[in-house]
Ligand binder design. Structure first.
Ligand code: NAD
Length: 307
């Protein structure tokens, strides 16, 4: 089977490599990134998204967000220009559920079936081929691409109609962001109280507070290593999609709004390209400078002038 792979970033590149290792014929394209290493492994490099589609029965996209998927699929020289009726489009990017539904409806007119299949697990699991994949859309299309997805992940679970994959991913992203924040808050407190954070980790990781997030992020935090991984700016994108989706459904998400502002503060501090484990830096700063920040706030100045 000929597979097309579009978007060769932190996630897409190792995923494409796993498909080559599994013996699939692969045509690849990225608008900005080099493709030489994949060509060296046997992939054919295309010069446009349209050319990928012309060579492929199944096309996988792994792009940053809804606008990029819209452009790659529906834009000039896009997937839809090159795809034939019966092609299956598997969008594995994390995008807004409403955008997935809209793009699915647009490609349907040409006989292309789209499913949304975002992933969790980050770069290490993309390299290992052990991602958790959450799938929304046509059940028959899912069944026919499941053997491919199984080369990329250790699980591929159908969760509902088109867009349901991305709804599930939003839930995942809320939980991950809040989990990192909780771990950061607790470990900065323990450190400030004079307890060795490594000892805290060893003492609690096997108990109820232990988590996959803690196991993955505490070693990075203790090393001061914030190389992405998953960039803060991508997490902001996911939480914006979560806030938009929740508000459209009239669902309040106060914890999501709160952690969103923490991430925004880090982005303002030029940390947007860091791994999301750098959420800990927000807490480290708060602990160092609360009096300084408070005494200079305009509200305090107004209060003082009234006295
Ligand atoms: P990335 O920015 O590293 O890669 C995206 C790639 O898409 C880039 O190489 C870019 O050049 C390419 N691209 C952008 N627009 C394009 C277009 N119109 N046509 C062709 N190529 C285009 O991002 P990533 O970290 O690989 O993440 C990809 C998706 O996976 C995102 O939706 C992200 O939220 C999700 N995700 C990432 C992680 C992670 O840990 N990095 C984990 C789970 C899910």
């Amino acid at each position: 089977m000929n597979i097309g792979f579009i978007g060769l970033g932190i996630m897409g590149r190792p995923m494409a490599k796993n498909l080559l290792k599994a013996g699939y014929a692969l045509t690849v394209y990225d608008k900005f990134a080099a493709m030489d290493d994949l060509v060296a492994l046997g992939a054919k490099a295309a010069t446009s998204n349209k050319e990928v589609a012309a060579h492929s029965e199944v096309i996988i996209t792994m792009l940053p967000n809804s606008p990029q998927v819209r452009e790659a699929v529906l834009g000039a020289d896009g997937v839809l220009d090159g795809a034939r009726s019966g092609t299956i489009l598997v969008d594995m990017s994390s995008i807004a559920p409403a955008a997935a539904q809209e793009i699915c409806a647009a490609v349907k007119a040409k006989g292309v079936v789209m499913i949304d299949a975002p992933v969790s697990g980050g770069e290490p699991k993309a390299i290992e081929g052990t991602l958790a994949i959450m799938v929304g859309g046509d059940v028959k299309a899912f069944a026919s691409v499941k053997p491919i997805l199984e080369k990329l992940g250790s699980s591929a679970v159908h969760v509902g109609e088109i867009g349901a994959g991305n709804v599930t991913k939003l839930a995942n992203q809320i939980i991950v962001a809040l989990n990192i924040a909780a771990v950061s808050e607790a470990f900065v407190l323990a450190t400030k109280a004079g307890v060795n954070p490594e000892a805290v980790f060893n003492a609690i990781k096997g108990g109820l507070a232990g988590s996959t997030v803690m196991n993955a992020k505490i070693p990075m935090i203790l090393d001061g290593n914030f190389k992405p991984g998953f960039r803060i700016e991508l997490h902001i994108k996911d939480l914006q999609n979560a806030l938009d989706t929740a508000h459209a459904l009239n669902v309040p998400v106060p914890l999501t709004a709160n952690i969103m502002e923490t991430l925004q503060a880090l982005k303002c501090d030029e940390m947007g390209a860091n791994d999301h484990s750098a959420i800990v830096r927000y807490y480290e700063r708060c602990f160092r400078t609360p009096t300084f920040t408070w005494s200079r706030s305009p509200m305090v100045a107004r209060e003082r002038s009234r006295r």
